[in-house]
Design a protein around this ligand. Sequence first.
Ligand code: SF4
Length: 91
Amino acid sequence: MAYVITELCIRDGACAEVCPVECIVPGPEGDPEWGISYFIDPDTCIECGACAPECPSDAIFPEDEVPEQYRHAIAKNRAFYTEGPGYSARK
Ligand code: SF4
């Protein structure tokens, strides 16, 4: 399990500043598919919970508490690091 950033993200970036394992990365600005949000690498997240309270739009949830209407964000965060812009950054 990991924490997940949903589409409520307003790209504030405070989450990334507090993450102890630096697993939160913004999508490329202006990219229509990935530019709307930051994304958490689910394989690196240690579930410390530091990011969620920093988010001004309450966009971050533990995976098992993501509201039903935002659950697609779980796959989207993972996809960012497996096939999206985060893939090359991770290698
Ligand atoms: Fe980073 Fe902790 Fe948030 Fe996971 S829960 S993304 S490790 S700050």
